[in-house]
Design a protein around this ligand. Structure first.
Ligand code: SAM
Ligand code: SF4
Length: 484
């Protein structure tokens, strides 16, 4: 098959080192994993202690954590991961829903149902009217944050993206609206990223899929996505375009999971080096069976549940300040366990068919899905479960709307100062949600957690309690979208 020409090097050449290399040195990563094969208990405990001080780990340290096999130490790592999460994010969890707008794609990623050569895939791109319908359905189920997902195709390029995002922000259903639109879309030129920024997006997310150069070339045989570096520096360009909340991720199962964790860390370090700030979130989806996939059902790099839990703890400890996302690809049980290892964000009531939230042809939904989901429970059910586990779901979107983004939010998070803003906003937005959308059962569970949080604000932050209580009363009386 003829390969399409790589996109201009000019967009990323300035980030390469003086020998023209990118920041992923495959043999160095392999050596580090090998060299740290039998880490001593004492050293692991020192590394854990460093993470507990909310300091980002170095590659040698992460490589050592990846090699831990001792069950007690693994448990210590998991406990420390949860401790780190609590220090930075307390007991808050953020929920969102993905909104797939188009499955047209010029790339041929072997693992994805949307790939160009999957002739069985029915192609669809939502009109603005359909986008509005999807948004209404999402708002009605209680969502305030979504992530829009696009294939890569000329007709779903930057103009389509900005039109659909503007449409989403314009929709209102009674009290409700979408207050934060994050974006998962193909790498773009700086010119287009600036247009994206203008729509008022939250986070821009691009997964490298695999950091291993050779595997990357194998699974991305053609199209713009076959250019590893065009993708590797997508978020560097986003930063230059002024989008300072960027999100990285790897698709676990394409290559050795230890290598991918190291890749995510090196990506973090390179973003820190150039922009003084790491990723806003890290994602670690596991490869799921997809119709039309060219990969064998049983990949030799399939990540077991045990290794998956371990990698979550290792990422949490390695980049203590970052948000961590687990999605509905995983089962409810795995998501529950992951919550105890430091996850901060998850989706709920997820549908990944194009037009699936609003349309009535749900029989066809499976055909239009990108891959199979592990957890299709409603937002109400998921929130009820989290409340029972002692987590408060925060619908707060104040941060990016009042300039607490990028480096500013990261510094506040590292110092633990964002905690009180976030706690108060979590309570205000959760109150709103309970009154507008919760079932009686979930409301009962939610009230308990709200009571506990209010008590904490009263005893630990008395200087702001009066102001907080006034805002809380306003929400109870029907005011909406109040935040600190
Ligand atoms: N087309 C854009 C891109 O590739 O960056 C964005 C959309 S793509 C649908 C979003 C993500 O879905 C990909 O980055 C990939 O990690 C994930 N994905 C694709 N196929 C998958 C599969 N079979 N199982 C799990 N995740 C998958
Ligand atoms: Fe297209 Fe993205 Fe799927 Fe690749 S992962 S085929 S680029 S939609």
């Amino acid at each position: 098959m003829k390969k399409s020409a790589p996109v201009s090097r000019r967009e990323y050449a300035r980030f390469l080192d003086k020998n023209g290399n990118d920041f992923i040195d495959d043999s160095l990563i392999r050596d580090l994993i090998e060299k740290n094969k039998n880490p001593e208990k004492k050293r692991i405990r020192q590394i854990i202690a460093k993470a507990l001080e909310i300091k980002r780990l170095e590659p040698e340290e992460t490589a050592a954590l990846l090699n831990v096999k001792d069950r007690d130490l693994l448990l210590e790592m998991q406990e420390a991961a949860l401790e780190v999460k609590k220090k930075v994010y307390d007991n808050r969890i953020v929920t969102f829903a993905p909104l797939y707008l188009s499955n047209l794609c010029i790339n041929d990623c072997l693992y994805c149902a949307f790939r160009k050569s999957n002739a069985a895939e029915k192609r669809r791109i939502l009109t603005l009217k359909e986008t509005e319908e999807e948004t209404k359905a999402l708002i009605s189920s209680g969502h305030k944050r979504i992530i829009v997902v696009y294939g890569e195709y000329p007709s779903s390029g930057i103009d389509y993206m900005t039109d659909t995002i503007n449409t989403i922000y314009s929709v209102k259903v009674r009290h409700g609206e979408i207050r934060r639109v994050n974006v998962n879309a193909a790498p773009m030129k700086i010119r287009d990223l600036k247009k994206l920024k203008k729509t008022g997006i939250g986070t821009y997310q691009v997964f490298q899929e695999t950091y291993h150069h050779e595997t990357y070339a194998k699974v991305h045989p053609s199209g713009p996505k076959s250019d590893y570096r065009w993708r590797l520096y997508a978020l560097h360009r986003a930063q230059e375009a002024g989008i300072d909340d960027v999100a990285i991720g790897a698709l676990f199962g394409l290559y050795d999971w230890r290598f991918e964790v190291m890749g995510l860390l090196y990506h973090t370090i390179d973003l820190e080096k150039h922009f003084g700030i790491g990723p806003h979130t890290i994602s670690f989806p596991r490869l799921e069976p997809a119709s039309g996939s060219e990969l064998p059902e049983k990949s030799k790099h399939k990540v077991s549940d045990g290794d998956f839990m371990k990698l979550i703890s290792v990422i949490r400890l390695s980049v203590p300040y970052t948000g961590m996302i687990i999605t509905a690809r995983e089962t409810a049980k795995i998501r529950r366990n992951a919550l105890s290892s430091g996850i901060t964000q998850t989706d709920a009531s997820t549908k990944i068919g194009i037009g699936a939230y609003s349309d009535r042809y749900s029989k066809q939904e499976a055909e239009r899905q990108q891959f199979m989901l592990g957890d299709t429970r409603s937002l109400d059910k998921v929130i009820g479960e989290f409340a029972e586990m002692g987590h408060i779901v925060s619908f707060c979107t104040a941060g990016y709307r009042c300039g607490r983004t990028g480096e500013c939010i990261m510094n506040l998070l590292k110092k633990g100062e964002e905690k009180w803003f976030c706690k108060m906003n979590a309570v205000l937005t959760f109150r709103e949600w309970l009154d507008d959308y919760a079932s009686p059962e979930t409301k009962k569970k939610g009230e308990k957690i709200i009571k506990k949080e209010i008590n904490e604000i009263k005893t630990k932050k008395p200087e702001v309690f009066k102001r907080f209580s006034e805002q809380y009363e306003k929400i109870k009386n029907g005011d909406r979208d109040i935040y600190f």
